[in-house]
Design a protein around this ligand. Sequence first.
Ligand code: PMP
Length: 435
Amino acid sequence: MTYKTDKSKELFQQAQRCLVGGISSSFHKAPWNDYPIYMDHGEGARVFDVDGNSYIDYLNAFGPNILGYVHPALTEAVEKQLKKATLMAAPNADLVKLANKLVDIIPCADKVSAFMSSGSEANMHAIRVARAYTGKKKIVKIEGCYHGSMDEEKVSCDAEKLEALGSREHPNKIKHIKGQKDPDDIIIAMFNDLDNIEHIFKTQGDDIACMILETIMANADPIYPKPGFLEGLRKLCDEYKVVLIFDEVITGFRLGLQGAQGCFGVTPDLATFGKAIGGGYPISCVVGREEVVTAATVASGTFAANALCVAAALATIETCQQPDFYENLERMSKKMIDGIEEICAKHGVKVNTKAIGGMWTMILGTDEELTDYRDHYSKVDSKLYTRLVQGCMERGIRLNPWRGRNYMCAQSTDDDIDYTLRVIDEVMAAAVVEK
Ligand code: PMP
């Protein structure tokens, strides 16, 4: 059967009349396509589009769908709550249960600060808490890390060219959206470079409220922390009285039950969770060390801690707590990257792969470790990755179209992985020749 997406094309044309740009998120359209693929429904580890094509899905909605689509435990919990009420402008009993669970599970969580609906809100709130606690206002962020769509979060995280970044000593603060305010209070630092960060703390520490980062820079290729980097950061933050914030929006409930802080054994002062915590329902939170997290109670929101999303989060976490849940995800993630390593060796393509819990990553064009965001431009073969992902999509495998980070879900199967590897092998053969 040939791959056809006519109905998607038609819907996109209709959308031009009523929706600016025809889409609601720029990430809903793959970089090679003139129009997005309109999806209709999901089932297990698969998603089905409006033209009837099915895809084994490793994008999993950019991370949240840790249980896959229409997971029985999650669906049952949500349906039950749906019949009671979704929004009551009041806390319910499950909220207390959920907050207790997080405090029991997450190393840095003496308390939950508040629940919100998105990762962007959680990070914005965490920054406010850090400012309230320290009485200082500047934020150190790492070049290449993405923390959300708010003015202060969307800075220097997706530059088109290396030249746009400026020098390492005086990096540019790149704004990404028209109308975004000047990021005056942001200081850009380099990932995996403790000397760079120490210099910033030494010279401007009196003004710095917090250091926020993705522990694994998942929004860039991804790039992993070198041994000692997170530990060193912890020490520097203590020394200069800077609040350390781990943005666990991707890593939380994805790498393991305790997120990146559990994986790497480094405990931040504050951490933010989103995406996988709700299994596909919009819920996020800030948690942290008692003294810091209680410095401000500034969160509010009409939809915050709504009963439906709280039920979803509880059901998701309880499923993740089942024995061997993450071991099984990691076993499948490893099987995938082992297969990809073999395929790349066969086709003479250099690759760097990693698998932790339900996240597996492939960086094409290099077998070296990437150190920071700037390495992306000199080492990564993004064009080959794009050709691979496009070819896979046309053969019913959906990978992350933007970066080499991909996700298993609880309903992924060994048969899916075997089939996926056969497709990747075929597509890679053609993609390498096209070069
Ligand atoms: N932090 C990280 C690390 C993210 O990857 C994202 C979203 N991709 C966000 C924050 C923002 O989350 P949301 O899109 O839910 O606002």
